[in-house]
Each structure stands twice: as structure tokens, then as C-alpha cells.
Ligand binder design. Structure first.
Ligand SMILES: NC(=O)c1ccc[n+]([C@@H]2O[C@H](COP(=O)([O-])OP(=O)(O)OC[C@H]3O[C@@H](n4cnc5c(N)ncnc54)[C@H](O)[C@@H]3O)[C@@H](O)[C@H]2O)c1
Length: 303
């Protein structure tokens, strides 16, 4: 116990922390010494309604266990309310070190039956909500020279899922978001990493089948807590986690083919080789991709 990673003197914002994963993150970080802004508007899984008692109940639980926390009942979709989260951390705790973007809703529908309202609602909470909360926090962290940001993506975003074009788009958007923050924030001591969890919460009620009993939120918190800790040197990475499994997920590029006179027919003839995974690389940034293009050009001089 004595050598466990601690968060004393660290302040965290955790969005959507009134239930499920966010609640587990808030309780554990607070147990390990963090001062936590517990944000939750207390809505239903589809985002409807609100109940200010959700955030307060978690704050009460943290305080009863001797921890430090304050409730925030704003919506991540409201830029002013999101900015208030950073201000609240600084007003109440004197600092801000950690943001876990976790608030989320579902509006599932097969794409052919989808509508703009449900598309927008899901993008607003997951992707724009993370933007709203992260921007003021990031500005503060950048000045401070340190900070840890965690985005909550999903296997549905990384791999795609039936009925979830809105959710999958938002969740993959968060990967690009974190990858771009990595490029900008890394040199300022700010990291942004991503989790792609699977866990038994109200959001997945009835969906996980036999996995439900073995996928408690606390096993996701183990990964989030590590990514939030000062000692974590990862930046821009995606960790899939569930039931105690933790694995890195990355975007790889196959060696493919290179021909300066490429035609439609050549792509068709070589599509298997283009897609073959052997010898793939994992570009770190756009510069790496440009390097691969340059390499190909050099190896294939003009006739
Ligand atoms: N449970 C899983 O298996 C799973 C899988 C992949 C991704 N996720 C993601 O993990 C996150 C947490 O989900 P969960 O499973 O704990 O679900 P949950 O429904 O238990 O918790 C989500 C919380 O977010 C809050 N919330 C929703 N909209 C909000 C808003 N606009 N502002 C502030 N709070 C808001 C809700 O009130 C709720 O308490 C979500 O982003 C979800 O998409 C969960």
C-alpha cells in the first residue's frame, strides 16, 4: 500500500463522474489524495433530463472517506459551464493538473434511419464537450508546464459498431484530438492519452452478456489513474481496457507499393500487397508520413 502511486497536491476535473466509469475514477483518485471537481449534470443515458444530486452524491462519498472534492453540475456542452470547471479547480484547490473527459451519452440508430439531431447531440457531448472542458484546462496546464489529459474513446470508435455512426465518429475524433494535443502539448509538459474501455455500467446494461460480471469500472480506473499520474510518460497513446486486459491500439501503415506512374489498374492489381500487414510502421506524426513519401520518391527516381 505504502508505495502505491499517489495524487496528493494534485487537482483533477472528471466529467460525467456521477455514475459508472467517471464515478469510479473520482473515488479512486480522491482515495489516493487527489482534489477532485466531480462534474455531472445527472442526465439519462440518452442525455435527457438532469439531476444535480448525482455529482453531489459522489462528492459526499469522497468526503465521507476523508477525501477532498467539489461538485459541478454544468453540462460539458456549454462552453461557459466547461470553463467554470477549470476556474472552480483553481478557486477551490489552487491548481489543476488532471482532466478526464468521460461524460457521454448514446443515441443509437442504424445510419439509414439516423437524423441530424441525434448526430449533433452525440458529437456535442463527446467531442465538442471534450473541447469545451479541455481548452481552458489546457491553457492553464501549458502555462504551468505540466498536465495530464485523458480522453474516453471506445472500441466502437476504433473499430466501428452497428447503429453507432454518431458515437463512433465522436469517439474516433477524440483520438485525433489527443494525437494533435500530443504534438503541441508534449513540449510544454502536457500529455493527452486515450482509453477505449469496456465495462459494466448503466450505459452497457444488457449489452455485455457474459462479460458484464467480470468488467467492473474499477478495472478501467486502474488505467486512467496511471495515465493521470506525473510518472506516466505516454503521450498520444490509445489503451484498450476491460476486465483487467490493457493493450495498446495504434494506427499502422503497411509498406504498400510505390509507383510514380500509378494507375487505377495498378491499384486494383496490387490491392492485396497494399493491404498486407507484414512490415507495417507506426507513424508518430504527419512528418513521419511525409518521410515515408520522401523515401518512396528517392527509391523510385523519375525515369
Ligand atoms: N461502459 C462502457 O463499456 C463504455 C465503453 C466505451 C466507452 N465508454 C464511455 O465511457 C464514458 C462513461 O460511460 P459510462 O459507461 O460510465 O456511462 P454512464 O451513463 O454511467 O456515465 C456517463 C455520465 O456522463 C454524464 N453526462 C452525460 N452528458 C453529460 C453532459 N453533457 N455534461 C456532464 N455530464 C454528462 C451522465 O449524467 C452520466 O453520469 C462515456 O464517454 C462512454 O461513452 C463506456
Amino acid at each position: 500500500m505504502s508505495d502505491e502511486l499517489r495524487f496528493d497536491e494534485r487537482a483533477a476535473i472528471i466529467t460525467g463522474a456521477g455514475n459508472g466509469l467517471g464515478k469510479a475514477h473520482a473515488l479512486e483518485l480522491a482515495r489516493r489524495g487527489a482534489m477532485v471537481v466531480v462534474n455531472d449534470l445527472g442526465g439519462a443515458v440518452d442525455g435527457s433530463g438532469n439531476d444535480t444530486s448525482a455529482a453531489q452524491a459522489v462528492v459526499d462519498e469522497i468526503k465521507a472517506a476523508g477525501g477532498i472534492a467539489v461538485a459541478n453540475t454544468g453540462s460539458v456542452t456549454d462552453p461557459a459551464a466547461a470553463k467554470r470547471m477549470t476556474e472552480q479547480a483553481i478557486d477551490e484547490f489552487g491548481r489543476l493538473d488532471i482532466v478526464v473527459n468521460n461524460a457521454g451519452i448514446l443515441r443509437d440508430k442504424a445510419f439509414h434511419n439516423s437524423d441530424l439531431e441525434n448526430w449533433q447531440a452525440v458529437i456535442d457531448v463527446h467531442l465538442t464537450g471534450a473541447y469545451n472542458v479541455t481548452l481552458p484546462a489546457y491553457q492553464h496546464m501549458r502555462e504551468q508546464g505540466s498536465g495530464r489529459i485523458v480522453m474516453t474513446s471506445s472500441p466502437a470508435g476504433l473499430y466501428g459498431n452497428f447503429g453507432q455512426t454518431n458515437y463512433s465518429s465522436a469517439k474516433m475524433g477524440l483520438v485525433g484530438f489527443a494525437r494533435a494535443i500530443k504534438q503541441e502539448g508534449g513540449r510544454k509538459g502536457v500529455s493527452a492519452n486515450v482509453i477505449a474501455p469496456t465495462a459494466d455500467t448503466r450505459m452497457t446494461e444488457g449489452l455485455l452478456g457474459t462479460l458484464a460480471d467480470d468488467t467492473p469500472p474499477e478495472l478501467i480506473t486502474a488505467v486512467v489513474g496511471y495515465l493521470c499520474h506525473d510518472s506516466c510518460e505516454l503521450n498520444g497513446e490509445v489503451l484498450a481496457c476491460a476486465g483487467g486486459r490493457v493493450a495498446r491500439v495504434f494506427v499502422g501503415a503497411t509498406p504498400g507499393i510505390f509507383d510514380r506512374n500509378l494507375t487505377i489498374d495498378m491499384v486494383a492489381e496490387n490491392i492485396e500487397e497494399i493491404c498486407a500487414e507484414e512490415g507495417y510502421t507506426v507513424p508518430d506524426n504527419v512528418g513521419d508520413e511525409m518521410g515515408l513519401i520522401l523515401e518512396g520518391l528517392k527509391a523510385n527516381p523519375k525515369d
